[in-house]
Design a protein. Structure first.
Length: 334
Protein backbone atom coordinates (compact mmCIF):
# COMPACT_ATOMS: atom_id res chain seq x y z
CA UNK A 1 0.00 0.00 0.00
CA UNK A 2 1.26 3.49 -0.74
CA UNK A 3 2.11 5.80 2.16
CA UNK A 4 -0.78 8.06 1.18
CA UNK A 5 -3.44 5.38 1.50
CA UNK A 6 -3.17 4.74 5.25
CA UNK A 7 -3.95 8.32 6.36
CA UNK A 8 -6.86 8.35 3.93
CA UNK A 9 -8.41 5.49 5.87
CA UNK A 10 -7.64 6.85 9.33
CA UNK A 11 -10.50 9.35 9.67
CA UNK A 12 -13.28 7.03 8.42
CA UNK A 13 -12.07 4.28 10.74
CA UNK A 14 -11.91 6.61 13.74
CA UNK A 15 -15.47 7.75 13.02
CA UNK A 16 -16.67 4.17 12.53
CA UNK A 17 -15.00 3.09 15.77
CA UNK A 18 -16.67 5.92 17.69
CA UNK A 19 -20.03 5.04 16.15
CA UNK A 20 -19.60 1.37 17.06
CA UNK A 21 -18.75 2.24 20.66
CA UNK A 22 -21.80 4.49 20.93
CA UNK A 23 -24.11 1.86 19.44
CA UNK A 24 -22.61 -1.19 21.17
CA UNK A 25 -24.83 -3.06 23.62
CA UNK A 26 -24.16 -2.21 27.25
CA UNK A 27 -22.10 -4.61 29.30
CA UNK A 28 -23.59 -4.55 32.77
CA UNK A 29 -23.97 -7.07 35.56
CA UNK A 30 -27.00 -5.05 36.70
CA UNK A 31 -29.00 -6.04 33.60
CA UNK A 32 -29.70 -9.75 33.91
CA UNK A 33 -30.99 -11.49 30.78
CA UNK A 34 -30.03 -15.03 31.79
CA UNK A 35 -31.01 -17.40 34.58
CA UNK A 36 -27.62 -17.57 36.27
CA UNK A 37 -27.09 -13.82 35.88
CA UNK A 38 -30.45 -13.30 37.60
CA UNK A 39 -29.39 -15.41 40.58
CA UNK A 40 -26.08 -13.55 40.83
CA UNK A 41 -27.85 -10.19 40.65
CA UNK A 42 -30.27 -11.31 43.40
CA UNK A 43 -27.36 -12.21 45.70
CA UNK A 44 -25.69 -8.89 44.86
CA UNK A 45 -28.72 -6.82 45.81
CA UNK A 46 -29.34 -8.76 49.03
CA UNK A 47 -25.73 -8.28 50.16
CA UNK A 48 -25.56 -4.65 48.98
CA UNK A 49 -28.86 -3.55 50.55
CA UNK A 50 -28.24 -5.57 53.72
CA UNK A 51 -24.73 -4.18 54.07
CA UNK A 52 -26.01 -0.65 53.47
CA UNK A 53 -28.67 -0.96 56.17
CA UNK A 54 -26.12 -2.31 58.67
CA UNK A 55 -23.72 0.53 57.79
CA UNK A 56 -26.42 3.15 58.38
CA UNK A 57 -27.37 1.51 61.69
CA UNK A 58 -23.76 1.46 62.89
CA UNK A 59 -23.33 5.11 61.89
CA UNK A 60 -26.49 6.06 63.82
CA UNK A 61 -25.30 4.21 66.90
CA UNK A 62 -21.91 5.90 66.61
CA UNK A 63 -23.49 9.35 66.44
CA UNK A 64 -25.68 8.56 69.47
CA UNK A 65 -22.69 7.21 71.40
CA UNK A 66 -20.75 10.44 70.74
CA UNK A 67 -23.40 13.15 70.78
CA UNK A 68 -26.64 11.61 72.04
CA UNK A 69 -28.38 12.30 75.35
CA UNK A 70 -26.49 11.21 78.45
CA UNK A 71 -28.99 8.46 79.19
CA UNK A 72 -28.60 6.99 75.68
CA UNK A 73 -24.81 7.14 75.86
CA UNK A 74 -24.88 5.40 79.24
CA UNK A 75 -27.13 2.69 77.83
CA UNK A 76 -24.86 2.10 74.84
CA UNK A 77 -21.89 1.69 77.17
CA UNK A 78 -23.39 -1.38 78.85
CA UNK A 79 -21.90 -4.84 78.26
CA UNK A 80 -25.15 -6.14 76.75
CA UNK A 81 -24.82 -3.82 73.73
CA UNK A 82 -21.21 -4.90 73.22
CA UNK A 83 -22.08 -8.60 73.32
CA UNK A 84 -25.30 -8.27 71.35
CA UNK A 85 -24.11 -5.87 68.63
CA UNK A 86 -20.50 -7.03 68.53
CA UNK A 87 -20.91 -10.82 68.72
CA UNK A 88 -24.49 -12.11 68.49
CA UNK A 89 -25.75 -9.84 65.70
CA UNK A 90 -22.80 -10.43 63.30
CA UNK A 91 -22.90 -14.17 63.98
CA UNK A 92 -26.64 -14.43 63.23
CA UNK A 93 -26.56 -12.16 60.17
CA UNK A 94 -23.45 -13.69 58.59
CA UNK A 95 -24.76 -17.23 59.19
CA UNK A 96 -28.09 -16.33 57.58
CA UNK A 97 -26.35 -14.77 54.56
CA UNK A 98 -24.07 -17.78 54.24
CA UNK A 99 -27.00 -20.20 54.27
CA UNK A 100 -28.87 -18.01 51.76
CA UNK A 101 -25.99 -17.74 49.27
CA UNK A 102 -25.22 -21.45 49.53
CA UNK A 103 -28.90 -22.20 48.90
CA UNK A 104 -28.98 -20.04 45.75
CA UNK A 105 -25.70 -21.57 44.54
CA UNK A 106 -27.09 -25.07 45.11
CA UNK A 107 -30.22 -24.18 43.13
CA UNK A 108 -28.01 -22.98 40.25
CA UNK A 109 -26.05 -26.24 40.36
CA UNK A 110 -29.22 -28.35 40.30
CA UNK A 111 -30.62 -26.38 37.36
CA UNK A 112 -27.40 -26.97 35.41
CA UNK A 113 -26.95 -30.64 36.32
CA UNK A 114 -28.22 -32.11 33.03
CA UNK A 115 -25.97 -31.67 29.96
CA UNK A 116 -27.20 -29.24 27.31
CA UNK A 117 -27.91 -30.18 23.70
CA UNK A 118 -25.74 -27.31 22.44
CA UNK A 119 -22.02 -27.47 23.23
CA UNK A 120 -19.55 -24.75 22.29
CA UNK A 121 -15.82 -24.74 22.90
CA UNK A 122 -14.41 -21.25 23.44
CA UNK A 123 -10.62 -20.90 23.33
CA UNK A 124 -8.83 -17.82 24.59
CA UNK A 125 -6.14 -16.59 22.19
CA UNK A 126 -3.91 -13.50 22.16
CA UNK A 127 -6.18 -11.42 21.87
CA UNK A 128 -9.31 -12.94 20.41
CA UNK A 129 -11.73 -15.84 20.90
CA UNK A 130 -11.79 -19.06 18.85
CA UNK A 131 -15.31 -20.51 18.86
CA UNK A 132 -16.09 -24.12 17.88
CA UNK A 133 -19.58 -25.64 17.84
CA UNK A 134 -19.35 -29.30 18.85
CA UNK A 135 -21.40 -32.32 17.90
CA UNK A 136 -22.55 -35.07 20.30
CA UNK A 137 -19.27 -36.93 19.74
CA UNK A 138 -17.16 -33.84 20.41
CA UNK A 139 -16.25 -33.29 16.75
CA UNK A 140 -16.21 -29.72 15.45
CA UNK A 141 -19.31 -28.90 13.40
CA UNK A 142 -18.27 -25.35 12.53
CA UNK A 143 -15.79 -22.74 13.66
CA UNK A 144 -16.07 -18.99 13.96
CA UNK A 145 -14.46 -16.26 16.06
CA UNK A 146 -15.27 -13.54 18.61
CA UNK A 147 -19.00 -14.20 18.48
CA UNK A 148 -21.34 -16.81 19.94
CA UNK A 149 -24.85 -17.41 18.61
CA UNK A 150 -27.15 -19.33 20.91
CA UNK A 151 -30.86 -20.29 20.90
CA UNK A 152 -33.11 -18.31 23.24
CA UNK A 153 -34.50 -20.25 26.20
CA UNK A 154 -32.26 -23.28 25.70
CA UNK A 155 -29.26 -24.19 27.85
CA UNK A 156 -25.83 -23.99 26.21
CA UNK A 157 -22.72 -25.58 27.70
CA UNK A 158 -19.44 -23.77 27.12
CA UNK A 159 -16.10 -25.56 27.35
CA UNK A 160 -13.56 -22.87 28.21
CA UNK A 161 -9.89 -23.46 27.39
CA UNK A 162 -6.78 -21.40 26.70
CA UNK A 163 -3.90 -21.95 24.30
CA UNK A 164 -1.50 -19.43 25.82
CA UNK A 165 -2.04 -17.48 29.07
CA UNK A 166 -4.84 -17.22 31.64
CA UNK A 167 -7.98 -15.56 30.26
CA UNK A 168 -11.41 -15.18 31.83
CA UNK A 169 -14.77 -15.48 30.05
CA UNK A 170 -17.43 -13.04 31.25
CA UNK A 171 -20.75 -12.04 29.70
CA UNK A 172 -22.24 -10.32 32.77
CA UNK A 173 -25.81 -10.10 31.45
CA UNK A 174 -25.98 -13.89 31.03
CA UNK A 175 -23.77 -15.58 33.65
CA UNK A 176 -20.86 -15.24 36.03
CA UNK A 177 -17.24 -15.17 34.94
CA UNK A 178 -14.97 -18.20 34.75
CA UNK A 179 -11.23 -18.44 34.18
CA UNK A 180 -9.72 -20.15 31.12
CA UNK A 181 -6.56 -21.98 32.16
CA UNK A 182 -3.91 -23.51 29.88
CA UNK A 183 -4.02 -27.29 30.09
CA UNK A 184 -7.49 -27.59 31.63
CA UNK A 185 -11.16 -27.23 30.64
CA UNK A 186 -13.70 -25.28 32.69
CA UNK A 187 -17.42 -25.45 31.98
CA UNK A 188 -20.03 -22.71 32.07
CA UNK A 189 -23.78 -22.78 31.38
CA UNK A 190 -25.49 -19.99 29.40
CA UNK A 191 -29.23 -19.60 28.99
CA UNK A 192 -30.59 -16.40 27.43
CA UNK A 193 -34.11 -15.46 28.49
CA UNK A 194 -34.80 -13.25 25.47
CA UNK A 195 -33.34 -12.37 22.07
CA UNK A 196 -30.61 -9.78 22.01
CA UNK A 197 -26.91 -9.03 21.67
CA UNK A 198 -24.91 -9.23 24.88
CA UNK A 199 -21.34 -7.97 25.14
CA UNK A 200 -18.64 -9.91 26.95
CA UNK A 201 -15.03 -9.26 27.86
CA UNK A 202 -11.91 -11.06 28.97
CA UNK A 203 -11.92 -10.43 32.73
CA UNK A 204 -8.34 -11.53 33.52
CA UNK A 205 -5.41 -9.36 32.46
CA UNK A 206 -3.71 -11.26 29.63
CA UNK A 207 -1.28 -8.83 28.05
CA UNK A 208 -0.98 -5.76 25.87
CA UNK A 209 -4.41 -5.87 24.20
CA UNK A 210 -6.43 -7.30 27.09
CA UNK A 211 -8.79 -4.30 26.98
CA UNK A 212 -9.57 -5.02 23.30
CA UNK A 213 -10.48 -8.67 23.80
CA UNK A 214 -14.26 -8.46 23.66
CA UNK A 215 -16.92 -10.76 22.25
CA UNK A 216 -20.66 -10.72 21.61
CA UNK A 217 -23.29 -13.34 22.37
CA UNK A 218 -26.20 -13.18 19.94
CA UNK A 219 -29.32 -14.87 21.34
CA UNK A 220 -31.69 -15.90 18.55
CA UNK A 221 -35.10 -17.60 18.40
CA UNK A 222 -34.50 -21.37 18.04
CA UNK A 223 -35.68 -21.58 14.42
CA UNK A 224 -33.50 -18.63 13.40
CA UNK A 225 -30.54 -20.10 15.24
CA UNK A 226 -30.97 -23.48 13.52
CA UNK A 227 -31.04 -21.75 10.12
CA UNK A 228 -27.89 -19.81 10.99
CA UNK A 229 -26.05 -22.97 12.05
CA UNK A 230 -27.02 -24.75 8.85
CA UNK A 231 -25.84 -21.82 6.72
CA UNK A 232 -22.61 -21.47 8.72
CA UNK A 233 -21.64 -25.09 8.10
CA UNK A 234 -21.55 -24.53 4.35
CA UNK A 235 -18.27 -23.68 2.61
CA UNK A 236 -17.62 -20.17 1.37
CA UNK A 237 -19.56 -19.15 -1.74
CA UNK A 238 -17.72 -18.24 -4.93
CA UNK A 239 -17.46 -14.45 -5.34
CA UNK A 240 -19.83 -13.15 -8.00
CA UNK A 241 -18.68 -9.54 -8.47
CA UNK A 242 -15.47 -8.75 -10.41
CA UNK A 243 -14.09 -6.68 -7.51
CA UNK A 244 -14.64 -9.55 -5.07
CA UNK A 245 -13.00 -12.01 -7.49
CA UNK A 246 -10.02 -9.68 -7.69
CA UNK A 247 -9.94 -9.64 -3.89
CA UNK A 248 -9.91 -13.42 -3.73
CA UNK A 249 -6.95 -13.52 -6.13
CA UNK A 250 -5.09 -11.02 -3.92
CA UNK A 251 -5.99 -13.06 -0.82
CA UNK A 252 -4.41 -16.12 -2.39
CA UNK A 253 -1.36 -14.27 -3.75
CA UNK A 254 -0.62 -12.76 -0.33
CA UNK A 255 -0.82 -16.29 1.16
CA UNK A 256 -3.41 -15.25 3.74
CA UNK A 257 -4.40 -18.91 3.87
CA UNK A 258 -1.22 -19.71 5.80
CA UNK A 259 -2.88 -18.20 8.89
CA UNK A 260 -6.60 -18.24 8.06
CA UNK A 261 -9.13 -20.83 6.97
CA UNK A 262 -11.79 -20.21 4.33
CA UNK A 263 -13.66 -23.49 3.96
CA UNK A 264 -14.14 -24.50 0.35
CA UNK A 265 -10.84 -22.91 -0.72
CA UNK A 266 -7.17 -23.77 -0.37
CA UNK A 267 -6.89 -21.51 2.71
CA UNK A 268 -6.47 -23.87 5.69
CA UNK A 269 -4.42 -21.87 8.20
CA UNK A 270 -5.02 -22.41 11.91
CA UNK A 271 -3.07 -19.55 13.50
CA UNK A 272 -5.70 -16.85 13.00
CA UNK A 273 -9.51 -16.72 13.00
CA UNK A 274 -11.58 -18.76 10.57
CA UNK A 275 -12.85 -16.35 7.89
CA UNK A 276 -15.33 -18.61 6.09
CA UNK A 277 -18.32 -16.41 7.01
CA UNK A 278 -16.54 -13.33 8.35
CA UNK A 279 -18.97 -11.04 6.54
CA UNK A 280 -21.78 -12.03 8.94
CA UNK A 281 -19.95 -10.99 12.11
CA UNK A 282 -20.83 -7.85 14.04
CA UNK A 283 -17.27 -6.72 14.71
CA UNK A 284 -13.66 -7.26 13.69
CA UNK A 285 -10.59 -8.05 15.78
CA UNK A 286 -12.54 -9.08 18.92
CA UNK A 287 -14.74 -6.00 19.12
CA UNK A 288 -12.05 -3.51 18.10
CA UNK A 289 -13.88 -2.31 14.95
CA UNK A 290 -17.37 -2.56 13.47
CA UNK A 291 -17.57 -4.93 10.52
CA UNK A 292 -17.72 -3.35 7.06
CA UNK A 293 -15.63 -2.58 3.96
CA UNK A 294 -13.81 0.41 5.44
CA UNK A 295 -12.78 -1.26 8.71
CA UNK A 296 -11.80 -4.43 6.82
CA UNK A 297 -9.52 -2.45 4.51
CA UNK A 298 -7.98 -0.51 7.39
CA UNK A 299 -7.37 -3.67 9.39
CA UNK A 300 -5.60 -5.38 6.47
CA UNK A 301 -3.50 -2.30 5.78
CA UNK A 302 -2.18 -1.75 9.30
CA UNK A 303 -3.56 -3.86 12.16
CA UNK A 304 -0.63 -2.82 14.37
CA UNK A 305 -1.89 0.77 14.29
CA UNK A 306 -5.34 -0.35 15.46
CA UNK A 307 -4.36 -3.16 17.83
CA UNK A 308 -0.61 -3.04 18.62
CA UNK A 309 0.88 -6.41 19.44
CA UNK A 310 -1.66 -8.47 17.51
CA UNK A 311 -0.19 -11.32 15.51
CA UNK A 312 -1.37 -10.07 12.13
CA UNK A 313 1.30 -8.10 10.24
CA UNK A 314 0.65 -4.93 8.25
CA UNK A 315 0.19 -5.22 4.46
CA UNK A 316 1.32 -1.80 3.29
CA UNK A 317 2.15 -3.10 -0.17
CA UNK A 318 -1.52 -3.07 -1.17
CA UNK A 319 -2.86 -0.06 -3.03
CA UNK A 320 -6.17 1.54 -2.15
CA UNK A 321 -7.82 -0.37 -5.02
CA UNK A 322 -6.32 -3.63 -3.75
CA UNK A 323 -7.70 -2.97 -0.26
CA UNK A 324 -11.17 -2.27 -1.63
CA UNK A 325 -11.05 -5.55 -3.56
CA UNK A 326 -9.92 -7.54 -0.52
CA UNK A 327 -12.62 -5.91 1.62
CA UNK A 328 -15.26 -6.73 -1.02
CA UNK A 329 -14.18 -10.37 -1.03
CA UNK A 330 -14.16 -10.73 2.75
CA UNK A 331 -17.42 -8.88 3.23
CA UNK A 332 -19.01 -11.24 0.73
CA UNK A 333 -18.07 -14.30 2.81
CA UNK A 334 -21.53 -14.86 4.30
Amino acid sequence: MSTRAVPALALPIAAADALAQAAAPHQSALRAHGEDAGHILEITWVLFVGGGLIFVAVLALGVLALAGPASVRASLARRGWMVGAGVVFPLVVLTALLVYTFGVAAAMQRANAQPAATRIQVTGELWWWRVRYLGPDGATLLETANELRIPVGEPVDLELVSNDVVHSFWVPSLAGKLDMLPGSTNRLRLRAAEPGVFRGQCAEYCGQQHAKMALHVVAQPPAEHAAWREASRRPAAEPAEPLARQGRALFEQARCGVCHTVRGTSAEGRLGPDLTHVGTRLTLAAGTLPNGPGPLAAWIADPQHLKPGSRMPAYRQFSGEDLRALAAYLEGLR
